[in-house]
Design a protein around this ligand. Sequence first.
Ligand SMILES: Cc1ncc(COP(=O)(O)O)c(C=O)c1O
Length: 305
Amino acid sequence: VRELFECDLEIFPLATGTAANSLAIAAMTPPWGGVFCHEDAHIQRDELGAPQFFSAGAKLIPLPGAMGKLDRERLAVSIAEVEASRGTAIPASISLTQATEAGTVYRLDELQAIGELARRHSLGVHVDGARFANAAAALSVSPAELTWKAGVDVLGFGATKNGALAAELLVVFRKELAQELTLRIHRSGHRFSKMRFLSAQFEAYLEGDLWLRNARHANAMASTLGAQLQAAGIELLRPVEANVVFARFTPVLDEALRAAGFLYHDWPIFGPGAVRLVTGFSTKIEDVETFCRAAGAVSSKAGAV
Ligand SMILES: Cc1ncc(COP(=O)(O)O)c(C=O)c1O
């Protein structure tokens, strides 16, 4: 991992993204601290208060931002407001998700701008990298540039969503956090006696850039899926930059696809009819084409009516 990220660092294999997020945030944020994050962040919407629980009460400060990304200017205003308030929280950290929950990717300049802002205010920077591989594959930028060189202190380097069986790696660039993390991981029941089964997965994951090859494939499948749906007249709700496609399905289309046995999630936070389609390392081009043909057949029939 040190070779991959081109620096000295510490690692902690964990089994879930929620634990990786919460433990990393807890190590950088005191109970009275504030964590700036996007309003759609997994830590904000989907972890049942785990970051607050692990940090003994830190306050998440959710912010709006186009395309699922924290916006540097909006972030700067919020940090200033919280600093001025004295009673809201003590600004402690920024958590961002790469690739984002909207299926988009922070560009290098966007990351650097947030990192610079964090340094100016002495805030820790955490990256929820459940889909870090997809972001790295999309950007063709080195893992080092996407993380510590841009000011990231701790990365949750996800593998579960990219071929592994419950394996996430906490990558700690700010090494002084490692000692506390060792204790927090143990005390919270996340120190695995058979950690070698997690570590073995990472050996395979990194060998021959399997992690990047898997992610490139998943991204390519999403890109084809998005393009074919769009060609069939179906609206895409977010740009397809990683391995997630958000589209709007009419009730007729939704019903027909589900009746045909296709499985996917509704995504109501992106508006009426919004659905979320995720591709992975094992997605086959034939599956994408079958799905798009079925969708195209329904939408052209509906158009003709
Ligand atoms: C962006 C993001 N972060 C974290 C997680 C949490 O992972 P887990 O379900 O392993 O706790 C997920 C899972 O969906 C996710 O999409």
